[in-house]
Design a protein around this ligand. Structure first.
Ligand SMILES: CC(C)(COP(=O)(O)OP(=O)(O)OC[C@H]1O[C@@H](n2cnc3c(N)ncnc32)[C@H](O)[C@@H]1OP(=O)(O)O)[C@@H](O)C(=O)NCCC(=O)NCCS
Length: 151
């Protein structure tokens, strides 16, 4: 992610229905992404279509229990959803961290059944729930994909 991708990515995160549900604020996202660009372990990858931002993924290489890769956030512009951009970004998450030989972790809101289906199709399984972890009244579903060559 380049410096000038930060504001468009923050705008995308906050404009999604998901961002509105969680009360994301653009200024806070700009600061979070700026920090992530400099802090160890954070990886940010942008997908572009026709020269425009189509989506982005934010990964922490050891974000799950200081041990395993964690998908911090993934978002595709609604105009480009359902066209394979999310699949490309999810593959990027896995490829960038495959060398760690650890399982891949993520959280997804219990109401976000579209995203849950998306992850399941890519080999992720539900292993538990964190009720009210990020927002009162919403459970975060913990999903894990097994690394095929774990240490
Ligand atoms: C979930 C998301 C990243 C998937 O990206 P994508 O580019 O739409 O995904 P792909 O085109 O590679 O795959 C499409 C699959 O995603 C799922 N999906 C989820 N939301 C979707 C949407 N609004 N439009 C189309 N597909 C959607 C479907 O299961 C679809 O599978 P299908 O083809 O069997 O119906 C994207 O829809 C998105 O950004 N959603 C809003 C933000 C969000 O929920 N992020 C996840 C937070 S954990």
């Amino acid at each position: 992610m380049r410096e000038d991708d930060i504001t468009p990515c923050a705008n995308l995160a906050t404009s999604l229905p998901l961002g509105k549900t969680y009360g994301f604020k653009t200024e806070e996202w700009i600061q979070k992404l700026q920090r992530a660009c400099t802090e160890k372990g954070n990886l940010l990858f942008v997908a572009e279509e026709e020269g425009r931002l189509a989506g982005f993924v934010w990964v922490h290489t050891h974000g799950a229990f200081l041990a395993a890769p964690y998908l911090r956030f993934i978002a595709v512009d609604p105009e480009y959803q359902g066209r394979g951009v999310g699949t490309l970004l999810l593959k990027e998450f896995e490829e960038l961290t495959r060398y760690l030989k650890k399982d891949w972790f993520l959280l997804v809101s219990d109401f976000n059944t579209g995203a849950q289906r998306f992850y399941e199709r890519h080999g992720y399984q539900r292993v538990g729930e964190l009720p009210g972890f990020a927002k009162e009244g919403v459970a975060e579903v913990i999903m894990v994909k097994k690394h095929e060559d774990r240490d």
